[in-house]
Design a protein around this ligand. Sequence first.
Ligand code: FAD
Length: 298
Amino acid sequence: MSSKHEHVIVIGAGLGGLATALRLQFAGFQVTVLEKLARPGGRSNVIEEQGFRVDTGPTLLLMKDTFEETYRAVGQDLQQRLKLIQLDPHYRIYYHDGTYLDLFANMAQLAQEVERLEPGSRERLFRFLGAGAKKYELAMDFVVRNYTRITDLANPSALTRLMQTRAYENMYRQVSKYFNGSDKLAKAFTFHSMFLGLSPYDSLAMYSMITYADMALGMWFPMGGIYSVVEDMVRLGQELGFELRTNSPVQEILVESGKVSGIRLQSGEQLLSPTLICHTPTGDWLMTTTAKTTPING
Ligand SMILES: Cc1cc2nc3c(=O)[nH]c(=O)nc-3n(C[C@H](O)[C@H](O)[C@H](O)COP(=O)(O)OP(=O)(O)OC[C@H]3O[C@@H](n4cnc5c(N)ncnc54)[C@H](O)[C@@H]3O)c2cc1C
C-alpha cells in the first residue's frame, strides 16, 4: 500500500476498524468503512433509553496511552477531544469478615492501605508491582509486533523475560508468595484475570500484567461512557473525510486473477478496491491483496 488517494475498504466499525480507518485516512488513503449493524462500535456499544446511556461492552478505560497514541498518530490530542476522569480509588473490595480494602491509584495511599490490612505488606506490594511491570513489558513485546512468518514467533528477549518473571507459573500461587500467604491481598491482586473470564486459581501468572496495567497505569472514565470514544472516533474520521456506511453487511470478498478486487454487500452492491482490511469477530486482522474468495459469516 504505497500510493496516496488509493481507495481502501475497512470491514467492521468496531474500535479496531475505526482506529485503522483513521490512520489510513490521515495517511492519505480514501477510506470507506462498512459496518453491518445500524451503528458503529461493535462490541463497544451502548443502549440509549429515556435519556440514559449504558455501555454494553467495556465501561472503563485502561492503557490510556494506547488511545493517546492513536489520536497522536492522526494529529489529535485525546484529552482535548474527550473529557477523561481518572478514578481513585479504582475499587473497594469487601471481604467476608466485614473488612475492606481500597485499591487506590495513588501509590502512597495504596501502600498505606495494604499496610492497614496486612502490616508489613508495603514493600511486598512494590515488589509485586515491579514484577508486574516486567510481565507487562513481556506481553507488549508480543502484542506490538506483526506475525507474518513462523520465525516471527522466535523472540529471544521475550524468552529471557518469560524465564525471569516465571510468567508460566500459576497466578494465584505466585501472587500469594509475594504477599507471604495473605489470602486477602492475593485475592485483591489476582481478581483481574476474571476480566478475561479466567479464574485466578487456574490462570497463568502472566495475567498479572492486567493487574499492573490497572494499578500502575491508571483507570479512566470518559464522560459520556466508553461509547463517547467510539462517537468521537467516528466524528474525527468524518472530519478527516472517511466514509462510514452502516447497515452494510459484507457478503463476500471478490477476487480476480488471484488478487482481491473488492467486496460484495449482502444487498448485491459491489465496491471495488485492491485493498481490504477486514476486522470482524470471526478473525484477526486480515490485510489482503491476494486471497481466495472468502465468504464472511459474521
Ligand atoms: C461486556 C464486555 C466487556 C468488555 N470489557 C473489556 C475491557 O475491559 N477491556 C478490553 O480491552 N476489552 C473489553 N471488551 C472487549 C472489547 O469490547 C473488544 O475487544 C473490542 O471492542 C473489539 O473491537 P474490534 O474492533 O476488534 O471488534 P468488534 O467490536 O467485534 O468489531 C467488529 C465489527 O465488525 C462488524 N462486522 C462483522 N461482520 C461484518 C460484515 N460481514 N460486514 C460488515 N461488518 C461486519 C461488527 O458488526 C462489528 O461492529 C469487553 C467486551 C464486552 C462485550
